[in-house]
Design a protein around this ligand. Structure first.
Ligand code: SF4
Length: 311
């Protein structure tokens, strides 16, 4: 099995107490059964605290009961993790030990990336040039899980889309080319003619937000004309990140318009958010934490888009 890593992957180090946000606030922490089994054996006051903090959520997952302001109950006043401090790094649950590392297993090869929702990962992702050099672009072996010819086609589409995204012309023009290219590629893949529809900004009004103060920032940016005119280098890296994160998902529904549309619309929204905040990294990290990392929000966006309009 071949593994592919973007250049920024191995540079990542959690900055813990120096993190301007934190993965210890806003999200449920799902505890894997092996870790819970260990926590059940921890003696003393800390063991009691661990056991009291775990409950079963409506999805049947075992999670930590969040404290005020949706904080993990083990996130100390010094912004460091009490479990790490008391029991050691090896006894973090899988959720905490892995974040922000993401593994995308395509059966015959695996790609790795970082979650943009982590501020330090976002800084690395949006600072790195040539981050995906060496990623597989046309080759892949046969397997039972999917049609290898289609995967090869998608890999070629991704490589070509990456070239389009990095041409030395304004980003708005590159996105125009990318839209046409995606429609052509979809026609080649399924024979269907695609009517390219941008995401309706109204859907953002219906999404859930971890931090309500981000709602207005994101909704207003979604309703504004996409602003791609400044910070083009960072916005290009953001587009590439989402291209490599999602395009191969098209292997399942044979729909490569949706990941391209998410990429184009989301880069435009982050560009508009950044025009207000002046900082693409913070805008992208916030958008990712509120939208991309929320299964429910991504589902609502997918439903609002349905599949590409095809005839
Ligand atoms: S969000 Fe990233 S940098 Fe911040 S505490 Fe979590 S892993 Fe560390």
């Amino acid at each position: 099995m071949k593994h592919f890593y973007p250049t920024y992957y191995r540079e990542f180090r959690c900055i813990a107490a120096d993190c301007p946000d934190s993965c210890c606030q806003g999200w449920d922490v799902v505890i894997d059964s092996e870790t819970e089994h260990f926590y059940n054996s921890v003696q003393g006051e800390f063991g009691e605290k661990l056991r009291e903090a775990i409950y079963t959520d409506p999805d049947g997952d075992r999670v930590f009961l969040l404290a005020d302001e949706k904080k993990c109950p083990f996130w100390g006043a010094d912004r460091l993790c009490d479990i790490y401090r008391e029991l050691g790094k090896e006894h973090l649950c899988d959720t905490c030990a892995q974040f922000p590392r993401i593994t995308m297993d395509y059966t015959t090869f695996t790609e790795h990336t970082l979650a943009l929702a982590c501020p330090e990962a976002a800084r690395l992702i949006l600072s790195a040039d040539d981050a995906y050099v060496g990623f597989v672009d046309t080759d892949c072996e046969s397997c039972e899980e999917y049609d290898a010819d289609v995967m090869r086609f998608l890999l070629t589409v991704r490589a070509r889309a990456a070239m389009l995204l990095t041409q030395p012309i304004p980003l708005a023009e590159r996105f125009e080319k990318l839209r046409s290219f995606a429609a052509e590629a979809q026609r080649e893949l399924t024979g269907e003619v695609v009517e390219y529809e941008p995401l309706s900004p109204d859907v953002f009004e219906k999404l859930e937000f971890i931090d309500e103060s981000n709602r207005e920032w994101i909704v207003l940016a979604a309703k504004a004309e996409p602003d791609l005119s400044h910070k083009e280098a960072e916005l290009t890296r953001l587009g590439l990140y989402w291209l490599y994160r999602y395009l191969l998902d098209a292997i399942e529904p044979y729909d490569l318009i949706s990941p391209i549309r998410f990429l184009i619309d989301s880069v435009g929204i982050v560009g508009s958010m950044a025009q207000k905040s002046g900082d693409v990294i913070t805008a992208a990290q916030t958008y990712s934490k509120e939208i991309e990392q929320s299964y429910e929000n991504m589902e609502k966006m997918r439903e609002s888009q349905t599949s590409p309009n095809m005839s």
